[in-house]
Design a protein around this ligand. Structure first.
Ligand code: SF4
Length: 66
C-alpha cells in the first residue's frame, strides 16, 4: 500500500466544517461519505460546500447538471 498522505492533504482540503476530525485525511473523509451515499467537500463549489449538504442531489445542482 502506498504512503498515507493525510498529513499533507490538509493544504488541499476545502472543507469548512472545521470540527470534523477527518479534515485533511482524504481516505477517512471519502470512506465516511461513501458509506452514506455522499461526496466529500472537494467535489463541491465553495458556495455549495458551505451548505454541508454532501448529497448527490446537491452535487448535481451545484454542477448544473439538472
Ligand atoms: S467533507 Fe465531510 S468528512 Fe470530509 S472533512 Fe468535511 S465534514 Fe469531514
Amino acid at each position: 500500500m502506498s504512503e498515507c498522505l493525510a498529513p499533507k492533504s490538509l493544504a488541499h482540503c476545502n472543507c469548512t466544517y472545521t470540527a470534523c476530525d477527518k479534515r485533511g485525511n482524504c481516505c477517512k473523509c471519502v470512506a465516511f461519505h461513501k458509506d452514506r451515499g455522499e461526496f466529500p467537500a472537494c467535489f463541491f463549489s465553495a458556495a455549495a460546500e458551505r451548505t454541508y449538504d454532501r448529497s448527490l442531489a446537491c452535487l448535481v445542482r451545484d454542477r448544473g447538471v439538472l
